[in-house]
Design a protein around this ligand. Sequence first.
Ligand code: UD1
Length: 343
Amino acid sequence: MKHKVIVTGGCGYIGSHTVVELIENNYEVVILDDLSNSSIETIGRIEKITGVKPIFINIDLKEEAKVNAVFKEHKDALAVINFAAYKAVGESVNKPIMYYKNNLYALLNTLSAQLENGINGFIFSSSATVYGTPNKLPITEKNETQRPFSPYGNTKKIAEEILDDFTKATENFTAISLRYFNPIGAHESGLIGELPSGIPNNLMPYITQTAVGIREKLMVYGNDYPTKDGTPIRDYIHVVDLAKAHVLAVERILNKKQEENFEIFNLGTGKGFSVLDVINSFEEVTNSKLNYEITERRPGDVPELYAATDLAKEKLGWSANKTLNEMISSSWEWEQKLRAKLQ
Ligand code: UD1
């Protein structure tokens, strides 16, 4: 019999790639999504890739009674992976209440519905933003967390604190928080990838949209950081590598391998690349020139952030293996397919 996993936000960027990996590893998947920042078409695309259509329920996780009813119907699920959240950093600065409500009500309703229905495993989609401006690199999970610059980031930090409290208070309930560094790339099928709504905040979709001509030029936010070329350094990770870590986290929970009821793992490659490195790789991969200009720093950006990856390797048996060029070429293929389809 297949193990059932509930995936909230399963139509989104990282969610959809994770659903594919789960199905390919023989899990039965139930997706809960309100399609606020994703498309129903993703379900058909997941089916095209895997040959299996996941169960899909259109639901706003802020609606507690409905969440309870759905979890009751699927109380045979063994774990929940929580991707459902708003994620636009700039928007969260302007609309903090909307972000706190959406990201935290959804989390609380999910946890209480799990409690009610005896679904005892939980995986949380967190972010390296909880480390703030680290004073030690690479960042291990032991690095202290800081209040993130944005309300979006703070919802991740608060969520981890809620999980810490909840797992301490609730016997048998176990959780894993996965702190992502900078996910980019797309599935090799070219059928799923990132779908930023409006003007992208993140570097990679901004680059690919500039290259296809939707944006005039990329603004490089500052070249006066204390790094090798003055631009900030990040740990970019392929979304498919990231997705695979979620399957291993589910297995860790189901096989009762956890050493503590609440565990935290960094998900990165351990390698740092500057903004100019990414631009150079993009130009190399696509054999073209990117239109860009150096402008002022963006508030809240930290100079350098890359992961220590030892813990995920040791405990989850996971490590990322795709190169920056592979990540970039898959993002580029996805962008081109997307535009060809929209024309
Ligand atoms: C951002 C968020 C982080 C979130 C993550 C999700 C902030 C401070 N952090 O990380 O909380 O979890 O996205 O993927 O916003 N850049 C440009 N021009 C652009 C866009 C980005 O130069 O148009 C630079 C940025 O200055 C940064 C690097 O590219 O140095 C990466 O930026 P981005 O993709 O937005 O990721 P982070 O800021 O690292």
